[in-house]
Design a protein around this ligand. Sequence first.
Ligand SMILES: Nc1ncnc2c1ncn2[C@@H]1O[C@H](COP(=O)(O)OP(=O)(O)O)[C@@H](O)[C@H]1O
Ligand SMILES: [Mg+2]
Length: 242
Amino acid sequence: MMNPKTVLRVEDFAKQFFIHEQQKVIPSSSNVNLTVESGCLTALVGPTGSGKSSVLKGIYRSYLPSEGSIFFTTSLGDTLDLAKADEHQILDLRRNEISFVTQFLHCLPRQKTEDIVAQPLISRGVKPSAAIEKARQTLDALNIPERLWGISPATFSGGEKQRVNLARGLIAKPRLLLLDEPTASLDPVTTNRVLEMIEALKHENTAILAIFHHMELVERVADQVVTLEPPVLTESILENIA
Ligand SMILES: Nc1ncnc2c1ncn2[C@@H]1O[C@H](COP(=O)(O)OP(=O)(O)O)[C@@H](O)[C@H]1O
Ligand SMILES: [Mg+2]
């Protein structure tokens, strides 16, 4: 049914929000079709507001998709539709196969940075001491100074928080990695380091779907580029409203 290298296939995805106070429907993505292959990076491009972030949130199921299918092939070779999967399946996939580096780090004020970064490994069954060791290596690779590892990122600068977020997303070598503007507040040296880490993950067969702030980055790491058009209300939604 799918190319054996295809990890993700999104078909006719659309997302709308119903704003109750205004009795209005706001489209956030429509007519989205894309594939992501193992070991390859698909870049999502398009103007602000074209629904790029909403597509990633739909795949990760932070948003429930309004329409379309999101076929994901697991490491066991089963294919399931993430648009229809139940919460339990989604939590399981988030723990074991899918990582999402969002634009903003959400963290508890008392958690140590190294614990936040180690957490995806620990929940996959890695021994805490080994997970912390790997977290420290990853933090070091992203140029986060050692004096920050033992404190909470709550008070870190935007760029430091983004690096912690990246370290957490990259540490566990997910089967599918979703990246939303991961280098937007990084300096050129760290941006290069992140691109190297992305290349390394591709070599280890991670499938990556990414949004980048600059086309130059897309040209450097993308194997495929998908352009989103400004979202429209789809026929079936218009029929439902009528
Ligand atoms: N939770 C939400 N509620 C209402 N509208 C939303 C929500 N999330 C996104 N949108 C709207 O959907 C559109 C697409 O947003 P987004 O996916 O963030 O686009 P992009 O990442 O391409 O800039 C925007 O008009 C945005 O305001
Ligand atoms: Mg966005």
